[in-house]
Design a binder for this molecule. Structure first.
Ligand code: NAD
Length: 247
């Protein structure tokens, strides 16, 4: 399958580890120019060197860092064709266990940073003619999780905004989609299963295993490719069949 991604420029956020790194690997494997953004400069630089990508160290919550990220992609490669929105997740808490500050932080990290980045990239995505926005969210956007109340509250807001943006950007040739992972084998999931997932945890997943970051990266790569030119405004679950609903 020719993805048409060779020579296109992709920004991947939260790219030093886990799902973001899996996305950067998949896109670099297709010959895209990848610009990797995350906070930890040392690990980011090491992974970027391995993939032949450009590292930009910074924090998604900083408007100035986001401007520097987009400016770097434009200086190095002349534009932005693909934007992968991703970060760490908010703290795990029940519905009444987070502070106002944690609520504002979650909105800042998950929603505000995404809207800011799409705004900054918009002229380049439109100029691309094949612009792509792909957000990594969570299965919580389809089935809220009690122990992840902040994620369950804020991420559906992002999916709602992406849907409105998809309607406005569609006529300009830009597609906007999101990918909702189930249980993926990264550092973050090790907080949930410090000793690895138990039998009952895996029994809840029809495919009977955790997903890999690369399996998310491969779906992101498809959405970024020419092959997905008619897919927009969708939220695609990649969860081994975990969720029981039909949507
Ligand atoms: P992770 O913690 O393994 O990796 C997160 C990446 O984002 C790292 O590169 C980290 O450096 C970077 N990052 C975190 N905060 C940042 C910030 N403020 N600015 C810039 N970079 C930042 O997480 P993961 O498991 O790869 O998950 C990625 C996203 O997917 C998270 O939002 C997570 O909640 C969500 N998710 C994960 C799973 C799973 O099973 N792993 C399931 C559903 C949803």
């Amino acid at each position: 399958m020719d993805t048409g991604l060779a020579g296109r420029t992709a920004i991947v956020c939260g790219a030093s580890a886990g799902i973001g790194l899996g996305c950067a690997e998949a896109l670099a494997g297709e010959g895209a120019n990848v610009v990797m953004f995350a906070r930890r400069a040392e690990v980011l630089e090491r992974e970027a060197e391995r993939l032949g990508a450009v590292p930009v160290a910074g924090d998604l919550r900083s408007a100035a860092d986001l401007e520097r990220l987009v400016a770097t992609a434009v200086e190095r490669f002349g534009g932005v064709d693909v934007l992968v929105l991703n970060s760490g997740g908010p703290p795990r808490t029940g519905s009444f266990e987070f502070s106002d500050e944690q609520l504002v932080d979650a909105v800042d990290l998950l929603l505000r940073s995404s809207i800011r980045l799409v705004r900054l990239c918009r002229p380049y995505l439109e100029a691309s003619g094949r612009g792509r926005v792909i957000a990594i969210t969570s299965s919580a956007v389809k089935e809220p999780i009690e122990t992840l109340a902040l994620s369950s509250a804020v991420r559906p807001g992002l999916v709602g905004w992406l849907k409105t943006a998809s309607r406005e950007l569609g006529p300009r040739g830009v597609t906007v989609n999101s990918v909702a992972p189930g249980r993926i084998d990264t550092e973050r999931i090790r907080e949930v299963y410090p000793d690895g997932p138990g039998e009952a945890d895996l029994a809840a997943i029809p495919l009977r295993r955790l997903g890999t970051p690369r399996e998310i990266g491969d779906v992101v790569c498809f959405l970024a490719s020419d092959r997905a030119a008619y897919v927009t405004g969708t939220a695609i679950g990649v969860d081994g069949g975990l969720l029981r609903g039909t949507q």
